[in-house]
Write a new protein. Sequence first.
Lengths: 217, 217
Amino acid sequence: MKIAILGGTGSIGQGLAVRWALNHDIIIGSRQCEKAESAANEYTNVLKKFDMACNISGCINPDAVGQADVVVLSVPYEHVISTIESIQADLKDQIVVSIVVPMKKDGYFKYDQPAAGSAAMVIKSALPESVKLVSAFHSVSAKKLCKIKEKLDMDVFICGDDEHANQVVCDLVREIPKLRPLIAGPLEASSMLESLTPLLINLAVFNKIKHLGIKCE
Amino acid sequence: MKIAILGGTGSIGQGLAVRWALNHDIIIGSRQCEKAESAANEYTNVLKKFDMACNISGCINPDAVGQADVVVLSVPYEHVISTIESIQADLKDQIVVSIVVPMKKDGYFKYDQPAAGSAAMVIKSALPESVKLVSAFHSVSAKKLCKIKEKLDMDVFICGDDEHANQVVCDLVREIPKLRPLIAGPLEASSMLESLTPLLINLAVFNKIKHLGIKCE
């Protein structure tokens, strides 16, 4: 498959890129082409060090989306609507995966719940109906994902309304060693996933433990 | 210590009672004295089967609270305010632990967030200021807690504003083998803990896995 990762220059984007590059063509998207190309080169070099072949390219967001089967939205919440506007003409029937979390800091990290219920519901209303939206990867450690040899004994929670799209994302999760996909409900249930990100940051800060993820026992 | 468990006839109440009864006096509270006494007898018999001595009694909620150092609120959200009203005269400087979660079911389980932000914030406004409130135990499997010999390799997330009260609850968590207490922020952050309960129920239902808890990795 061809997977576009928008906001692919951030650490969770990098982690997904280097993990999925073993089986798929990865297109890093950014608002600036040079930044995307530079990130693509960097990730390619990371994999080369482990003698792993890959096809990672970089370009501006609309070009990345136009080529892709799966589009990962890994941009800050403040930029998500402008990002979707910029790719609107290139969205057809792709599967879009939202990792987006609205957060604010006020002594601790808070989930800044949008009036629509979640970032996912805001994003859904901005996407064409032909696109299938899935919410996932809110509780996976980006740092551990980036370490290509590290096995993540964690769960990935998935919310979505389209059975096929959910299964495509489940399969992408299973490609990463020891990650387990778990369905958490329809897209509307996404706020329960999105609020895991600030929870994990708080747990890390208050208990001085780094790079936490969640495993259900 | 003397620990009163209000709503102690439910499964999470039972689990905490049989675990803490090894080190503390447990008072099961209920609106009906007979129900509390019957539960106390039942839990005592469970421990007797394992040759474990304990002191578990049962009485109406106000009597339970009047004797207690720690009061666990383990009642349904709909009953929490009337329960607090009934014990108001018996609350002095106890530590109150809220396990309360407002939930509704509509195809899946939803966190039914109160306007005040969380059940904990609603409860705080109903309690006298002299009482210290801690929010905890929202993601622990009640069924596993009830199985006295089962080691729970799980985390207990704790929100609270009083350092001493938080530490008392942390110590109570550590008394249960393999349970790890993790501070998740001030009481105001409790919504991020409370929403874990419906999330775990959904994960159990949609993935056909029973009695889930959370471990951070």
